[in-house]
Design a protein around this ligand. Structure first.
Ligand SMILES: CC(C)(COP(=O)(O)OP(=O)(O)OC[C@H]1O[C@@H](n2cnc3c(N)ncnc32)[C@H](O)[C@@H]1OP(=O)(O)O)[C@@H](O)C(=O)NCCC(=O)NCCS
Length: 164
């Protein structure tokens, strides 16, 4: 079955907000990282499912680095888009900013790349539409995603050999 290509704009999510309250903090009184990861995964899966039109599972997450903390009363702002789609998998780029709404400032706290795979009822991979990058930034992300995919697949192969 062939599936029609889709533009990035058909699935992207901009400015998904989450307000940080005291129960979201760690012992340092900054936002708990696992909570931020969980929201990022949830927002990213929506982009993957919009693009693929099917249920998707998280296959891997690349290089998650917290470059700055978020604090109590900050608002997390998630921006998510499909960078590239292959046969059944898609790379979703996630950027998280922390906004101080009282001072009208924002700082970048995380960027990461999720790989999702569209699956059927038995968990078997399903074909996904190709991605149509339309502007310069989307084209750059599209090219860079292929380089990261090679690294991911190399890591996957190495882990398989290690287990064997
Ligand atoms: C992800 C999963 C469906 C892949 O199934 P599989 O039988 O290994 O399938 P394949 O080897 O044919 O790979 C399918 C696709 O996934 C990609 N893939 C598999 N493992 C990957 C990984 N670790 N990182 C990136 N991509 C991966 C493959 O490159 C392939 O992509 P393509 O079809 O676009 O070329 C399967 O490993 C799985 O169900 N994992 C558990 C997922 C899960 O429970 N997530 C957490 C909760 S959502």
């Amino acid at each position: 079955m062939t599936v029609q290509a889709k533009p990035v704009s058909a699935s992207r999510i901009d400015n998904h907000v989450y307000k940080i309250f005291p129960n979201d903090l760690n012992a340092r009184k900054t936002a708990f990282g696992g909570m931020i990861m969980s929201i990022a995964d949830r927002v990213a899966v929506v982009a993957a499912e919009r693009h693929s039109g099917n249920v998707c599972v998280t296959a891997s997450v690349d290089s998650w680095h917290f470059v700055a903390p978020a604090k109590e009363n900050d608002t997390l702002v998630f921006s998510v888009s499909v960078n590239r789609a292959w046969t059944s998998s898609m790379e979703i780029g996630v950027r998280v900013d922390a906004e101080n709404s009282y001072e009208n400032t924002r700082k970048h706290i995380v960027s990461a790349y999720f790989t999702f795979v569209a699956v059927d009822d038995d968990g078997k991979p399903l074909p996904v539409p190709a991605l149509l990058p339309e502007n310069e930034r989307e084209k750059q992300r599209f090219e860079a995603a292929e380089i990261r995919r090679q690294a991911r697949l190399n890591t996957r192969e190495s882990l398989k050999r290690f287990k064997a």
